[in-house]
Write a protein that binds this ligand. Structure first.
Ligand code: GLN
Length: 238
């Protein structure tokens, strides 16, 4: 799977309505992946139709959903998720979830696609943002930790795949010792390393979800992982 070698470049779209889309683009345009992908900023259904895969960046999930609706992109995005590869980071992870807690007043429209329940801003507010060294299964040079940047990050509360859904594969967890001090509050305390709240990166079927921001580091191994393990194999099976 890691040695997939399709005959054409993969077209990777980045939802460019709001948030860190330019940073994702810069990561994809660095070696060693830049020769394997063509990057498209997605703002319309026509842009989306050109793509083999899509990244939904971090930013603000409620705003992104409102913009997507006003641009007529919500239904095309849902259809895309049903058939193509998608990676959601942070706000993008919220949009890909099945259900959300702590949504803004007025509600939160979701795209769905990954069978998880997630809590918006689950580790607290902006000032409680933090970084943590992560071991990520399958990443190149995986003995070198990947720096997870968590900014008003969502927290995974539970995995709920239906029997007919593809299984969920957890690829990175936070160790409970890395969690911000504010989470010493008893009801939010995480002491057990198998608690779903420690999960920060996972795959389900074609899709990838990270609650942190790999595009805000200087390390594009996560983008390489996405291209190599999710995008290129999907071209071969298409
Ligand atoms: N850094 C982020 O993407 C934060 C996500 C934000 N808390 C939201 O609700 O969308």
């Amino acid at each position: 799977m890691a040695n997939a070698s399709p005959t054409r470049n993969a077209v990777v779209g980045i939802l460019a309505l709001q948030g860190a889309f330019a940073e994702h683009q810069a990561m994809l345009q660095r070696s060693p992946i830049k020769r394997k992908v063509t990057v498209v900023q997605v703002r319309t259904a026509e842009d989306l139709a050109k793509c083999d895969a899509l990244i939904i960046p971090g930013g603000e999930s409620t705003t992104m959903a409102i913009l997507a609706r006003s641009l007529g992109l919500l239904e095309p995005l849902k259809e895309f998720i049903r058939t193509k590869v998608v990676w959601g980071t942070c706000a993008g992870a919220i949009l890909l979830s099945q259900s959300v807690e702590n949504a803004k007043k007025g509600g939160q429209e979701l795209l769905g696609g990954i069978s998880v329940k997630i809590a918006r801003n689950g580790w607290g507010s902006q000032v409680e943002s933090f970084e943590a060294a992560l071991e990520v299964e399958g990443l190149r040079d995986s003995s070198t930790p990947f720096t997870g940047v968590f900014i008003r990050a969502p927290v995974i509360l539970g995995l709920n795949p239906a029997p007919s859904d593809p299984p969920i594969e957890v690829i990175a967890r936070l160790s409970p010792q890395c969690l911000p001090r504010s989470h010493d509050q008893p009801e939010r305390q995480v002491t057990d390393s198998s608690d779903p709240r420690t999960i920060v990166a996972l795959r389900q079927g074609r899709h990838l979800l990270t609650t942190f921001h790999p595009e805000l580091t200087d390390d594009n191994r996560f983008h390489e992982y996405f291209v190599q393990h999710c995008v290129l194999p999907s071209l071969q099976s298409a």
